[in-house]
Design a protein around this ligand. Structure first.
Ligand code: ATP
Ligand code: ZN
Length: 496
């Protein structure tokens, strides 16, 4: 170009917010996160800088009951107000039925970007956008992990998740012709070994040229500096808006000359001491933006009364820790599968550990707690299966490495595996009879092949439309009398 155009573009980003539109308390009592706090931080920059972008790298859905109940309307409503420029489509955008996703897209004043998700041979989402920022053409292109197909099972069945590298190799040169800066807004995950089967952000940087910056999500990575691969910085902003990513992109003489990046903790108020009554005393660090907070307060009230309903009391911790429910029996996993069995009178209950998303602390149990444990809205699905087919389910379960969401939690059965091979399954203490027909209850996610349980798909059966979370509430109230003093945590699975 003939004139020397020098522009600094400041790009803010968050990812994997999972319903955390509201500020929340960390283990030290500090009030952190919250879109209302993020808004204040971004607005401060907007006051002095006309060239600001704000992006979300996917997984807006699932994790906070106030948001889940309203299909993430609170999150989208305030992100509109905060003038979000674009969001990448994350795997969790498929947690709810398609009609909900389409409604979310219609609520949003920002595009849901993904260039590699196809339906009937055409991109299903907007692949990319180009913004003119102070005379600089900035392209933002979305990519979504191919793993979504397996993670989300039924709700992504009709879609094709094309290989990210192949799509990018064809698309990035096209975009480059129309733009001065190319930003990939991705929900892929960072790190060697994060996934061997699905494209990661570092593989994208390694194998495809023409990208200036990758703003990623999915692996919930807490970075203090960018990971640079093949000269391309890759950044991520942890999770839940606990941090706000900030990239300053310096553009001069037709090219990017420098990118500075930092992860800024999002802190609304810090504990500075205790008052006479022993209550925390706070110092406000970043005040909440009223135009966001007011809307969030309203949405919180909508679901509040229902969510605050106390349904029982537990004296013990009901363990739903991610690493535990994905590798071994826990009391909470037993309670949930026992509830499934009780409700349906099945011989055996099967549920994926990855579907159990939180623990319940000792104290009152509220509807909110149950929905935090079981946020997906899954229903109970009853199958009639021949013993020989049921055996295949356990053979697959035995092959799943520890730590995966597919880890099989059971009631009415026990199973043992060694080195990935099944060595024993007992149904009600008896070996499986290959000819017998068993009544099996599972969740609708697994019944339609989610988490790799493809052998369940197409089996004779029906959806009961009993919502798992409701069944657990009913079980705690009716069977446990609303009071838990201890619960069976005897191992139902043994692995070596
Ligand atoms: P993110 O996708 O934000 O990185 P995540 O915890 O969902 O976080 P994974 O650790 O890959 O990502 O967990 C995915 C697991 O979550 C799946 O393997 C599955 O066990 C469980 N899961 C996902 N969606 C559902 C669903 N609709 N119903 C039941 N379980 C689900
Ligand atoms: Zn996520």
């Amino acid at each position: 170009s003939l004139f020397a155009l020098a522009v600094k573009i400041t790009l803010f980003h968050i990812n994997d917010t999972h319903g955390h539109a509201w500020p929340f308390t960390d283990s030290a009592g500090n009030i952190i996160g919250g879109f209302s706090t993020v808004a204040t931080m971004i607005d401060a920059e907007r006051k002095v800088n006309p060239y600001v972008l704000f992006l979300h790298a996917g997984d807006i859905n699932t994790g906070v009951p106030e948001s889940d109940l309203l299909n993430a309307l609170p999150d989208i409503f305030v992100l509109n107000r905060m003038k979000l420029d674009a969001m990448a489509v994350g795997n969790h955008e498929f947690d709810k039925p398609r009609e909900v996703l389409l409604r979310q897209i219609s609520w949003a004043k920002f595009p849901f970007l993904s260039a590699n998700i196809y339906k009937d041979g055409k991109p299903f989402f907007t692949p990319y956008i180009i913004k003119n920022i102070g005379g600089v053409r900035v392209a933002i292109v979305g990519f979504t992990t191919e793993h979504t197909k397996i993670l989300e099972g039924p709700n992504s069945e009709d879609l094709e998740f094309k290989n990210v590298i192949e799509v990018a190799k064809a698309l990035i040169p096209e975009i480059r012709k129309q733009a001065d800066i190319v930003i990939a807004l991705t929900h892929l995950g960072i790190g060697q070994g994060y996934s061997e089967l699905y494209t990661t952000a570092d593989q994208l940087a390694q194998q495809v040229s023409g990208i200036d910056l990758i703003i990623d999500g999915h692996s919930h990575t807490n970075l203090s500096q960018p990971i640079v691969v093949n000269g391309v910085p890759i950044v991520q902003a942890f999770e839940w808006a606990k941090v706000l990513g900030r990239a300053d992109i310096y553009f001069e003489d037709g090219k990017v000359t420098k990118i500075e990046w930092q992860a800024i903790p999002v802190v609304q108020a810090k504990v500075v001491g205790k008052d006479e009554a022993g209550k925390n005393v706070y110092q406000v660090i970043t005040p909440e933006a009223a135009y966001v907070k007011t809307a969030l307060d309203y949405f919180k009230k909508l679901g509040g009364a229902k969510l605050d309903t106390v349904i029982g009391y537990t004296e013990i911790l009901l363990n739903g820790e991610r690493a535990d429910v994905r590798s071994k029996t826990t009391n909470l996993a037993n309670l949930i599968t026992d509830a499934m069995l009780w409700k349906t009178g099945a011989d055996v209950a099967l549920t994926n550990g990855g579907g159990i998303r939180a623990s319940i602390k000792p104290g009152e149990i509220k509807i909110r707690d149950i929905l935090t444990v079981l946020p997906f809205g899954n229903t109970l699905y009853v199958l009639e299966m021949k013993g020989s087919d049921l055996l295949k389910v356990f053979e697959y379960a035995a092959s799943v490495p520890n730590g995966q969401g597919a880890f099989l939690q059971v009631a009415g059965a026990t199973w043992k595996a060694e080195g990935g091979k099944l060595v024993e399954v007992l149904i009600n203490g008896e070996p499986i009879d290959p000819e017998k027909v068993y009544k099996v209850v599972t969740n609708n996610y697994m019944a339609s092949g989610g988490d790799g349980y493809t052998m369940l798909k197409g089996q004779k059966g029906y959806d009961t439309f009993y919502v798992m979370a409701d069944v657990v509430v009913e079980y705690i109230q009716k069977v446990l009398g609303g009071k838990i003093t201890s619960y069976d945590d005897k191992p139902r699975v043994e692995r070596k």
